[in-house]
Design a protein around this ligand. Structure first.
Ligand SMILES: C[S@@+](CC[C@H](N)C(=O)[O-])C[C@H]1O[C@@H](n2cnc3c(N)ncnc32)[C@H](O)[C@@H]1O
Ligand SMILES: [Zn+2]
Length: 279
């Protein structure tokens, strides 16, 4: 599979931030960072940009394993859970996707997490002038997304990466969609800072997350999730919005439908200079 030049121009090494990645010359396709001597294999068109010698951060490994396990039933279960437990019409995601793609304004849209590619496959057709990149750390989710987009004929570049170390250059993303991301992130603050780094000033971010304090049945299940260590701390909509505002975002808006909080925000207009990792 040929990697388009336009995609290569958006990428940087997730370890050393070197923007000059080369297409490798070895037999197996790969992107190579000559600065830190890493090769990122391209497997079935999916670029694996997880740092090769990374020790999995505590927590993220469990998340990855979990999603590899549930990828097979995710498309069946997610809409049922959405209606029956979280009490949110799945069509809301379609609306939000359209909004996020529209804000991409013929530029670069990143879906992080892309999951299995739902519901983007259904709404992408009119946005043929966008560059769409889907990121996830779960191979199984990515493979599902791959066959979904192959079936719908949509062109989406899939990348395996950790959201805490995204393989993008600073400020290259116009719009970022994060459906059911926030509540699964091991370190939300760090991840939001990383999303902010990749977005251009005034870039658009939208997403959905499960929150507590809205629905009785949902709360009971979310309490269990937390007790069994499925997801990190799950908070209320107000708490999450505060976190967004404290991060590199402004004009934070949200509304809740059942236990699902939909939010949108703009990357604030500060200098795009590398945002220092304060942790
Ligand atoms: C609940 S799924 C959501 C999928 C899809 N966006 C949707 O709404 O159906 C959460 C996804 O986030 C991914 N994920 C969670 N934490 C991640 C991280 N730190 N880096 C990369 N992917 C992550 C998981 O692999 C999983 O596929
Ligand atoms: Zn590097």
């Amino acid at each position: 599979m040929m990697l388009s030049k336009s995609i290569l121009e958006l990428l940087a090494c997730p370890t050393c931030n070197n923007p000059q990645l080369q297409v490798g010359s070895a037999r197996r396709p790969a992107l190579v960072c000559e600065q830190c001597d890493q090769a990122f294999p391209i497997v079935d068109g999916i670029i694996d940009m997880t740092p090769s010698e990374r020790n999995p951060a505590p927590g993220s490994y469990r998340t990855e394993t979990l999603f590899n396990l549930i990828a097979g039933i995710y498309d069946l279960v997610a809409p049922l859970m959405s209606m029956g437990v979280w009490r949110c019409d799945p069509l809301r995601y379609v609306d939000m996707s359209n909004q996020a793609l529209g804000r991409g304004n013929k530029g670069v849209v990143v879906a992080a997490p892309i999951g299995t590619g739902m519901p983007l496959d259904r709404v992408l057709a009119p946005y043929h002038d966008l560059t769409l990149i889907g990121v996830d750390q779960s191979w199984k989710m990515l493979r599902k997304a791959k066959s979904r987009f192959a079936a719908s004929g949509e062109k989406v570049q899939l990348i395996r990466a950790d959201f805490q170390q995204l393989p993008f250059r600073d400020g290259v993303v116009d719009s970022l969609i994060s459906f059911h991301g926030l509540h699964t992130f091991a370190d939300r603050t760090k991840t939001l800072r990383e999303f902010g780094r990749c977005l251009r000033a005034d870039g658009f971010m939208t997403g959905a997350a499960l929150v507590r304090g809205q629905e009785g049945v949902a709360d009971t299940l979310l309490d269990r999730y937390e007790r069994y260590g499925v997801y990190p701390l799950l908070r209320t909509a107000e708490f999450l919005t505060r976190e967004l505002r404290e991060g590199p975002f402004q004009e934070v808006r949200f509304s809740t439908y059942g236990a699902v909080m939909f939010y949108s925000a703009l990357r604030n207009g500060l200098e795009q200079a590398h945002i220092e990792d304060a942790s």
